[in-house]
Write a protein that binds this ligand. Structure first.
Ligand code: ADP
Length: 646
């Protein structure tokens, strides 16, 4: 459980933080202090947020509108009470008008008229205050619901295993969190309660219409209700399809956008701008088409519902007028009837629009529900134990693995690493080297066999306790937007500045830090775009080293580093590997030779394993690779050997 403080400018808390840091007013000049304090006093205090995260999927019921709203039924009930009050007050007008006409104006009784106006005013005031309370209440409830849903979906994303991210496009996942949630926000904040207001209004008016004149009411409703009902069923059927399509298409638009932004360097290098614009035009066009289809059905629905209403009003005027001639209806009653009928169609039209919003919200809910149904493939069992501090013995026993059941990747791997031993894995591209690394970090589970650390089967330990003791340096180190400090202290945010500085020195980042404007607090751009490949690699090493792992899994960078960076990284590696069990996916034989042992992986099997000398003596594939490399080095006259696996 982690408690995070409020935002950066978080009112009184920021003030306290500045004070704790020995800055009474965070550097604000003396004459402004009073004004600053006055502003801060008005700022809301942001309470610390309590966040629970577990790798185990909670047993929440499937996400549906009902299951999601049920825990908030109390708030909904209060909102509904306010709605009833609001609706009742809103509908007093025509009734009071009828009393005013029939008992005040026609008999000439001014006192009755005054009293009616007085009651009318009072009802307006009650209506106004209950309506404002209700809007505030439902607004707050809507925000709380969306907040809970955002956290639920985000936690789900954090929990999912790597295969989920291989299968799903990042843009689609972004859409679920943005556009889909927005559609639901509209529904929660306005839609649902407004739906209740309008439905209730309809009921109240129906009762009043019957009280005024049962035969006229029956006639009107007989025309209006079945026609509206049939129309709504048709619309529901058609719009369900289109709104689902719209949700899929907007996900395509955002995916394409996301990919175009992420790949902008490749796009520029290969002159694909025009092609990309054409492609995006097509994707956006498909979204527009789906939306237009939805708009078309909504327009048919809306206008037909309106026409039904007008026909109803015409019938009332004809039949009601005739009743007045015959004396079976008073003028006041006819006016009230027409007024109520107008008020009867307003909610119908509102319901039509709300139903449209509801259908869109439901489409989003279905998409989110499908998303939340995904289960992580790497599961933490209910009785998983924390991995105790390890020595670092790694054992693979008869391990077989495939990403796709039809294409086996690793076959019957047996491997044993003593604590503190380093093993380099070499072999052709696609042989399964990175897959071995991914199994140790438990990004995936093998289909057969057991992987254990210090005798603990990885499937029986908690993921957090395992990964806390593992350091991973990926081939393409990912740097987050933030400072160098934030990036290095990533696995241990509670670390001290001096420790981060020392780690940066150990891996040889001192020169870089001295060149940067704010040393360790200099900003790193998104994905480390402002740093060189060698610098990014060193930062990733520093990040792994700071976490003080017992086991290090390192995927060597394949990008050709300049000689200086390469020697820096080699020196840094020596520092990092000291007394640690390490698995290094080596793309340079120079790196492989520094490891205690070398394993050659070919077609998902370990074909040779031993020390450099043993493998040379064995005269197998490794000896062959070594001979090629030596020949390459001597013809080039440089130690800068290129990747051997291409
Ligand atoms: P190496 O690191 O030796 O180059 P990998 O271990 O990355 O090779 O890949 C081994 C095989 O598994 C390759 O054929 C590759 O195409 C396949 N592969 C790798 N990652 C995935 C994945 N996420 N889903 C499906 N297949 C994958």
């Amino acid at each position: 459980m982690t408690g995070w403080g409020g935002g950066f400018f978080g009112g009184p808390q920021a003030q306290n933080a500045a004070r704790d840091a020995g800055l009474p007013h965070g550097g604000v000049p003396g004459n402004l202090i009073n004004q600053v304090e006055a502003v801060l006093a008005k700022e809301p205090a942001h309470p610390a947020v309590e966040v629970n995260f577990s790798h185990r999927q909670p047993d929440d019921p499937p996400l549906t509108l009902r299951s999601f709203l049920w825990p908030h039924r109390d708030s909904l009930a209060i909102a509904l009470l306010l709605v009833i009050l609001e609706t009742a007050m809103m509908q007093t007008g025509p009734l009071l008008t009828q009393i005013g006409i029939d008992r005040g104006i026609i008999p000439g009784n001014f006192d009755v008229l005054l009293m009616v106006v007085g009651i009318f005013l009072a009802s307006v005031i009650v209506h106004m205050s209950s309506s404002s309370m209700r809007i505030r209440f439902t607004g707050r409830m809507g925000e709380r619901l969306i907040y809970a849903l955002r956290i639920r979906v985000f936690s789900h994303y954090q929990r999912m295993s790597l295969n989920f991210y291989t299968d799903e496009k990042a843009g689609v996942l972004m859409t679920r969190m943005t556009s889909d949630l927005e559609a639901l926000t509209m529904l929660f904040q306005e839609g649902l309660i407004n739906f209740a207001v309008q439905a209730l209004t309809l009921m109240v008016i129906t009762i009043v219409l019957y009280a005024l004149n049962p035969s006229l009411a029956t006639l009107t409703l007989f025309v209006v209700v079945p026609a509206t009902f049939a129309l709504s069923i048709w619309f529901r059927h058609v719009s369900n399809h289109y709104y689902d399509l719209v949700r899929d298409r907007i996900a395509e638009v955002l995916s394409d956008l996301q990919e175009s932004l992420a790949g902008i360097r490749v796009i520029a290098a290969h002159n694909r701008h025009l092609y990309n614009v054409i492609n995006h035009t097509n994707v956006v066009g498909r979204h527009k088409d789906a939306n237009l289809q939805g708009v078309k059905s909504a327009s048919v629905y809306g206008s037909s519902a309106e026409a039904i209403g007008i026909i109803g009003q015409a019938i009332v005027l004809v039949v009601g007028g005739y009743m007045v001639f015959r004396g079976s209806l008073t003028e006041g009653e006819l006016v009230a009837f027409v007024l109520y009928l107008t008020a009867f169609f307003a909610p119908i039209q509102q319901l039509v629009q709300l139903y449209n919003a509801y259908q869109q919200g439901q489409a989003s809910m279905r998409k989110l529900s499908d998303l939340l149904k995904n289960k992580p493939s790497v599961i933490e069992t209910a009785n998983a134990k924390d991995l105790p501090p390890i020595q670092g013995e790694i054992v693979f026993k008869n391990v077989s693995f495939s990403y796709d059941p039809a294409i086996p990747v690793l076959h019957d791997i047996n491997l044993q690493l003593a604590p503190g031993e380093s093993l380099a894995i070499v072999g052709p591209t696609g042989a399964g080297k990175s897959t071995v690394a991914k199994l140790i970090t438990r990004f995936y589970d093998p289909q057969q066999g057991v992987i254990s650390i210090d005798g603990h089967d990885l499937r029986n330990v908690t993921l957090a306790s395992l990964r806390r003791q593992l350091g991973v340096v990926p081939q393409e180190p990912f740097l987050f937007y933030g400072s160098i400090y934030d990036n290095v202290a990533f696995a241990r945010p509670d670390t001290t500045t001096s420790e981060v500085l020392q780690t940066c020195q150990t891996v040889g980042l001192t020169d870089l830090l001295e060149r940067l404007p704010n040393n360790i607090y200099s900003q790193v751009h998104e994905r480390g775009a402002s740093l060189s490949a060698g610098e990014r690699q060193l930062l990733a090493l520093a990040r792994a080293l700071l976490a003080r792992p017992r086991v290090l899994v390192l995927d060597e960078a394949t990008s050709n580093l300049d000689m200086l960076s390469e020697s820096q990284i080699t020196a840094a590696l020596d520092a990092v590997l000291e007394e640690r069990t390490a698995i290094i996916i080596a793309h340079r034989l120079a790196t492989a030779m520094r490891a205690n042992r070398i394993a050659v992986v070919e077609n998902g099997r370990i074909t040779e394993i031993g020390t450099h000398e043993e493998l040379i003596a064995h005269s197998g594939h490794y000896a062959e690779m070594y001979a090629t490399w030596m020949a390459h080095v001597s013809t080039r006259g440089t130690s800068h050997a290129t990747s051997h696996d291409t």
